[in-house]
Design a protein around this ligand. Structure first.
Ligand code: NDP
Length: 482
């Protein structure tokens, strides 16, 4: 098939005004670290240094928690829900006003295509603040239990795949329910969180209500271990989630953990195949596959496996991989060298274990971290590429004959975050959704997110829900549940 050539359509980065270095955002202002070091945030698509960022020390985390506690005991703790809501609305509107700036910065720092940061991450981030603003004065009517009250100081640690969006998932419900926050963005993607600190200043949020401490795992650990943190919210790998669960065991701290996934995208022979192929592509190649709920395992009914294979590969050959700031780009850069190495290693294991590897033909830029869209066929359930989270643009294809076999294979994983079902038959969708051990089941679509809809996992995908009324529940305590 002839491939269209596209002229470059780069988004200008002039809108982003990066400072050479950033301090920590504590008590409403940027401050220098006490004893912390500095590290560089680089663009994964060019390896260019974007800015120098502070690695917060234990003393810095302690200052941030103290500021959050003062704010909780002070004006914020006494504020009415209606007034808290006004701040959330203000933050949402400023995010919309500055959306282009956030989208460009996110693509620079994370490597994701501008059309995703512009059309998904930033609008959804604003939507989370709008949605939770509406709840702030209605918590008594949200069926959360009697007299819902905030926990106090909330510690939050987020990953690098959706930096601004994960920050919004965490901060918006915490503030709507009257908590105060200490949050750590991921080491490789701190810049939109630091820009968000400017939004908080612009919104006149009282000092200490949100504190942003940058750093690596040790900074995250200092938040987790701090004795004056009442609740933790974490998104990231199952390994670190388990460490957090262990370190808070026996304490009074509450936690929600949103961890990894190995979702099955299940395609029956009566599904509209072209539509399903789009869903498969969106399921695993959206955001370079750096998505916890990515449809990384395609389970396809045996009778249509060859046809799906051909149509899928034909579609993948048209994906444009390259400059994240180019508006034509479909697949951007891998977020870090370490992640690229992890993907490279696991895909080599896939070949060694006997699966058949196919890669989209495309030219990769000379600098930066890149990985071609890859499909493995002939995958069996025991292969590591069918069991472990690759967290990259890699699809493992398995086949099935009956709905029962599809369910058994789909559930045969330590994870349980999401799943997709493609079929024209409504009763089968309902039966499958009932059988699948997954927090979210999409029917004839994939990777759809909305702040009103709870999101979270079973088994090693973690516990607790984010979004919707269920998400609010994690941020309050009610009478009889102290
Ligand atoms: P991590 O779980 O290490 O990172 C998530 C966040 O936790 C980051 O902010 C990280 O900081 C922080 N962190 C790391 N160690 C600790 C600790 N001991 N205590 C508290 N916080 C900590 O994920 P990685 O970035 O290492 O990615 C590894 C794998 O995890 C990926 O290949 C992927 O499979 C999976 N992953 C899953 C995600 C999901 O959404 N389910 C998101 C990200 C990764 P820092 O950034 O400095 O390391």
């Amino acid at each position: 098939m002839a491939k269209f050539e596209y002229a470059p359509a780069p988004e200008s980065r002039a809108i982003v005004d990066l400072k050479p270095s950033y301090g920590l955002f504590i008590n409403g202002e940027f401050t220098d670290s006490q004893g912390g070091t500095a590290f560089k945030s680089i663009s994964p698509s060019t390896e260019e240094v974007l800015a120098e960022v502070t690695s917060a020390s234990e003393a810095d985390v302690d200052r941030a928690v103290a500021a959050a506690r003062r704010a909780f005991n002070g004006a914020w703790g006494r504020m009415s829900g209606a007034d808290r809501g006004k701040y959330l609305y203000r933050i949402a509107r400023i995010l919309q006003e500055r959306s282009r700036e956030f989208a460009v910065l996110e693509s620079l720092d994370n490597g994701k295509p501008i059309k995703e940061s512009r059309d998904v991450d930033v609008p959804l981030a604003a939507a989370h603040f709008f949605y939770h603003a509406g709840w702030a004065d209605k918590l008594d009517h949200a069926s959360l239990g009697r007299n819902p009250r905030p926990h106090g100081v909330v510690g939050q640690v987020i990953p690098w795949n959706f930096p601004l969006l994960m920050l919004s998932w965490k901060i918006a419900p915490a503030l709507a329910t009257g908590n105060t926050v200490v949050i750590k963005p991921a080491e490789t993607t701190p810049l939109t969180a630091l820009l968000f600190a400017e939004v908080l200043q612009q919104a006149d949020l009282p000092p200490g209500v949100v504190n942003i401490v940058t750093g690596a795992g040790t900074t995250g650990q200092a938040i987790v271990d701090h004795p004056d943190v009442d609740k933790l919210a974490f998104t990231g790998s199952t390994g670190v989630g388990k460490m957090i669960a262990r370190s808070i065991a026996g304490t009074r701290k509450k936690a929600t953990l949103e961890l990894g996934g190995k979702a099955a995208n299940i395609l029956f022979d009566d599904a509209p195949i072209d539509q399903a192929v789009e869903g498969i592509v969106n399921g695993i190649f959206f955001n370079q596959g750096h998505v916890c709920c990515a449809g990384s395992r395609l389970l396809v009914q045996e009778s249509i496996a060859d046809e799906v294979d051909q149509r899928l590969k034909r579609r993948l050959a048209t994906l444009r991989v390259g400059d994240p700031l180019d508006k034509n780009t479909d697949v951007g850069a891998i977020n870090s060298r370490a992640q690229l190495e992890r993907i490279t290693e696991l895909t080599a294991v896939g070949e060694a274990e006997g699966a058949t590897r196919w890669e989209a033909e495309c030219e990769l830029p000379a600098k930066g971290f890149w990985f071609r869209p890859t499909v493995f066929t002939g995958v069996s359930q025991t292969h590591r590429i069918a069991q472990e989270e690759i967290f990259g643009p890699v699809l493992s294809v398995l086949t099935f004959r009956t709905p029962h076999e599809a369910v058994a294979k789909a559930n045969n994983t330590p994870y349980g975050l999401s799943a997709g079902v493609w079929t024209e038959k409504g009763s089968r969708i309902l039966w499958m959704a009932d059988q699948l051990k997954a927090g979210v089941v999409w029917a004839n679509t994939f990777n759809k997110f909305d702040p009103t809809s709870p999101f979270g996992g079973y088994k090693e995908s973690g516990y607790g829900r984010e979004g919707g009324r269920h998400g609010l529940a994690a941020y309050v305590t009610t009478e009889g549940h102290r």
